[in-house]
Design a protein around this ligand. Structure first.
Ligand code: NAD
Length: 478
């Protein structure tokens, strides 16, 4: 029987009100393998109503009690981790190792981290000037979290854990492209007896049910991770209502490798930053900037590295990456590779798609594109696939100008052993996050988010706890 991913509201699985279902495709074969409920505004309404009913009691719980709920869910997720690993890999085509070693453990870590945050979050007081001012931080009430398909459970929990820790009740809208683990997670929360209505999951098309949530007057804030185009739309809708919104959007991140870096030694890190998860991570380093004096050495290092970058199904242990997530995504990535030729570029070297891959799947061999200009569409627009463009700079000033030459400002990676240069460059990069001699190391306490077209606001650590609460200053006469 075809698996079905239902809505989970008020502690129960449900079909949508009109009993509509969308196909869920297996990116390894291009064939539908499951169905997901297609909710509309009436389902959003019901989910918000459930969250509203649950809100007063949840907000009234002590932070330490909410922390215990998050830990209970984390324990259950950890105990059942292999089920979630298999399900995430089935839904996305990702290698099992990526799900087992990084993504599902990170979902557990998100829950445990924000359990600790619930216990330790404080607020400031000010005195000695006028009065005694105490800042209270009550939860907002009902909030909506909207997440994408690229890191399904990882980003779903990244949003709902701080919301629940802060005392909000949640209506979560995962991507309709990858609904499996969010559904299983909601059931798991109900299984450990999380009070009904505290966490509700609605599925379906973003423009239908996602927008209904964003527009709903009882939804006090929207935490969104996804594309810049949709972020702009959600930002506008929230602006009309003066609704609090956090937007974590796209990226076109540079990896800057300076003269003192040996290409052969650094190429592994550069390739991982470009190609992990088939390049479908907002933080992927999709532009490599290298000194002109070392350009040929970089070309040779990339030629030597790329053959080890293989795309194939999770059942093939040799596969380092899975397929692209959808037919839309595959068409888009191929269109950019065709555009690269029109923009004066050429593929320098490619990895390969393994023989075990079903030809009907949405495979893309990782590729390095050489020769496109830094201002070309290929080098400024988010491709969101395993495509790395290569560019040469003359000096540090040009490297910086090139790194900042896109509308995005999410992250950058600086490779150098020159400490002064590393900090000088980091201070001038117009991005929310700079890695020096590393990539994708994430301390959950730090603010996370992007500048310019990469987003508005920050999540992570206290930033997320602040987002899901509203400060109220109480001034006592002294
Ligand atoms: P997307 O914007 O198409 O969809 C994201 C979510 O928004 C989905 O759940 C979708 O159903 C929903 N949605 C779509 N239209 C909507 C609307 N009008 N109203 C409300 N909700 C709507 O993004 P995607 O293709 O799923 O994800 C890829 C994008 O996400 C890339 O651009 C990537 O860079 C970005 N991303 C950013 C971060 C970050 O932290 N900055 C992290 C991961 C992914």
């Amino acid at each position: 029987m075809t698996p079905r991913f239902a809505l989970h509201t008020d502690g129960e699985d449900r079909a949508s009100a009109r009993d509509a279902w969308l196909p869920v495709f297996d990116p390894c074969t291009g064939a539908a393998w499951a169905e997901v409920a297609a909710a509309d505004a009436s389902d959003a309404e019901a989910a918000v109503a459930a969250a509203q009913r649950a809100a007063p009691a949840w907000a009234a719980q002590k932070p330490s009690e909410r922390a215990r709920w998050l830990e209970r869910i984390a324990d259950a997720l950890e105990a059942d981790a292999e089920t979630f690993v298999t399900l995430e890999s089935r839904d996305t085509g990702k290698p099992l190792a990526l799900c087992r070693d990084i993504e599902i453990p990170r979902a557990v870590a998100n829950l445990r981290f924000f359990a600790a945050a619930a216990r330790t979050f404080g607020s400031e007081s000010h005195h000695g000037e006028v009065g005694l001012n105490i800042v209270l931080r009550p939860p907002l009430g009902v909030v909506a979290t909207i997440s994408p398909w690229n890191l399904p459970l990882y980003l779903f929990t990244w949003k709902l854990a701080p919301a629940l820790a802060a005392g909000c009740t949640v209506v979560a809208k995962p991507s309709e492209v990858t609904p499996a683990t969010a559904t299983a997670f909601a059931r798991l929360a109900t299984r450990v007896a999380l009070p009904k209505g505290v966490l509700n999951v609605v599925h379906g098309e973003g423009a239908v049910v996602g927008e209904a949530l964003v527009r709903h007057p009882a939804v006090k804030a929207v935490s969104f991770t996804g594309s810049t185009a949709v972020g702009r739309r959600i930002g506008a809708l929230c602006g009309e209502q003066l609704k609090k919104v956090s937007l974590e959007l796209g990226g076109k991140n540079a990896t800057l490798a300076f003269e003192d870096i040996e290409p052969r030694e650094a190429v592994g890190l550069v390739a991982r930053a470009a190609f992990q998860n088939a390049g479908q991570i907002c933080l992927c380093g999709s532009r490599l900037l290298v000194p002109r004096s070392r350009l040929d050495e970089w070309r040779n290092a990339l030629r030597a590295e790329l053959p080890s970058w293989t795309a194939g199904p999770p059942s093939d242990a040799v596969a380092r990456i899975g397929p692209l997530a959808s037919a839309v995504q595959a068409t888009k990535v191929r269109a950019y590779l065709a555009l690269a030729a029109q923009e004066g570029g050429a593929v320098l070297v490619q990895g390969r798609v393994l023989d075990s891959a079903d030809p009907a799947g949405w495979w893309q061999a990782p590729a390095v594109v050489d020769g496109v200009g830094i201002g070309s569409r290929c080098a400024t627009e988010e491709i969101f696939g395993p495509v790395l463009t290569l560019h040469a700079f003359e000096d540090e000033a040009e490297a910086l100008a090139m790194a900042n030459a896109t509308p995005y400002g999410l992250s950058a990676t600086v490779l150098t052993n020159d400490l002064a240069r590393a900090h000088r460059v980091a201070a001038s990069l117009d991005v929310g996050l700079v890695w020096i001699n590393t990539w994708m190391q994430r301390d959950l306490r730090v603010p996370f988010g992007g500048n310019r077209q990469s987003g508005v606001g920050r999540e992570g650590g206290w930033e997320a706890m602040r987002f899901f609460t509203e400060p109220r200053t109480v001034c006592l006469a002294t």
